[in-house]
Design a binder for this molecule. Structure first.
Ligand code: HGY
Ligand code: MN
Ligand code: MN
Ligand code: MN
Length: 399
């Protein structure tokens, strides 16, 4: 049953938003997102679940009356990074649906409401802030901040929501939705390679303990637009040079502070091969097991960039996030001693945990550790083990 429940759904989801590279472009409030949401609505209706959409557009499907008692919720997200992998997000949603189907098939009667959520805009690929859907309903991001964000075409989140048929008028903290969550457990493909190592016993399933502190910063390097062919070198103010030295400095400071950092997104104006740029705008992602390490990288890198005349703007910050330790121990126990591990990847589960929701995570082994890439992969047997583990956990928590 579980294999069929997983395989059919996976096959239906796979073609939506897939690019010729084999990677995915599934951005919030786009046509691909609408197809994914319609798929989710159809699947949850077929399971006899009641679907609601909250103030930020997150989809919540319920088995039982969600206002009768705080429920047990699982699920994840369906959006992706540009050219992302197939598993990051969808594995948690498909596994949640297959687990509910398995529980229904065995005649399980939940003692409390059981929910499956599809969070909107977890990757922040279009508007720049990760976990936008969970940040909005928990108040970690204000409606004003969301309305001020723009995508590459200058579209705002409210405009994008309206174009996707959603109502942005009540954008913001959603206590009614939050009060329905007694505990949230998100299943996710492991991002990084720990479970497959001897240290973690080459385990199929792991239990999350914490998410590293992480953030995103925008660096603006101003230059002087000019002709690439006729401007003497001594007369140039080329911001690409300042950007290049800052990229190298980021790697140096990350090493020095035992952190990780990368500039993964770049905007060049006017972006012409034969024009010296007037502006180079670059976004930094920096993370570390401790807040002091990340802050150390930002302190040193900001000082170096400001020396070059750059401006640095923090666009999002998530401090150290610890999952509920007693829930983590309980998850590990019911899963026969599944190993506990922290992660450098951000998740909606982390945002909910920061808002005081009892939260846990399950990770499915990733043999290569690669993620945010078309090469992201998990073995089918491990995915099925993930559904079985999630089914066990939901049966345990919702009894
Ligand atoms: O960026 C992250 O860590 C997550 O995949 N959104
Ligand atoms: Mn991701
Ligand atoms: Mn994810
Ligand atoms: Mn010319």
């Amino acid at each position: 049953m579980i294999t069929r429940g997983f395989g059919r759904r996976w096959a239906e989801l796979e073609p939506i938003g897939r690019a010729s590279s084999g990677g995915y472009r599934r951005f919030a409030w786009t046509a691909e997102d609408t197809l994914l949401r319609e798929w989710f609505a159809g699947e949850t209706a077929a399971l006899g679940m009641d679907l609601t959409v909250d103030r930020a557009g997150n989809q919540w499907a319920w088995w039982g009356d969600p206002d009768s008692a705080p429920g047990i919720v699982t699920g994840s997200h369906l959006d992706s990074v540009p050219d992302g992998g197939a598993f990051d997000g969808p594995l948690g949603v498909v596994s949640a649906l297959a687990a509910v189907e398995a529980l229904k098939a065995e005649g399980f009667q939940p003692g409390k409401p059981l929910g499956v959520v599809n969070f909107v805009d977890e990757e922040g690929a279009r508007f720049g802030v990760a976990c936008a859907g969970s940040r909005l309903i928990t108040g970690a991001m204000s409606a004003d901040r969301a309305a001020g964000l723009r995508d590459g075409d200058g579209t705002s989140i409210p405009e994008a929501m309206r174009s996707a048929g959603q109502d942005p008028r009540h954008l913001g903290r959603d206590d009614e939705t939050l009060h329905r969550i007694g505990a949230f457990v998100e299943l996710h493909v492991e991002q990084g390679r720990a479970l497959a190592t001897e240290e973690y016993g080459d385990a199929q399933i792991g239990v999350g303990t914490a998410i590293w502190p992480h953030g995103r910063w925008r660096f603006d390097f101003a230059g002087e637009a000019n002709h690439a062919g006729t401007t003497r070198l001594a007369d140039r103010h080329d911001p690409m040079l300042d950007y290049a030295s800052t990229v190298l400095a980021a790697r140096t400071f990350a090493g020095a502070h035992e952190a990780v950092a990368t500039f993964g997104k770049l905007l060049v104006e006017p972006n012409g091969v034969n024009a010296i740029p007037s502006l180079v705008r670059a976004w930094l992602d920096a993370r570390a097991p401790s807040e002091s390490s990340v802050q150390g990288v930002l302190r040193d890198l900001t000082a170096a960039a400001q020396e070059l005349g750059a401006t640095v703007t923090e666009e999002s910050w998530t401090g150290n996030t610890a999952f509920d330790s007693s829930l983590a121990d309980r998850l590990s126990r019911v899963l026969g001693g599944a190993p506990l591990l922290g992660t450098g990847a951000g998740h909606d589960a982390g945002i909910l945990a920061t808002a005081g929701v009892t939260t846990g995570m399950l990770f499915v082994r990733n043999p290569t550790g690669i993620s945010h890439s078309p090469a992201e992969f998990a073995e089918e047997a491990d995915c099925v083990a993930g559904v079985e583990a999630l089914t066990t956990v939901l049966r345990e928590l919702a009894s």
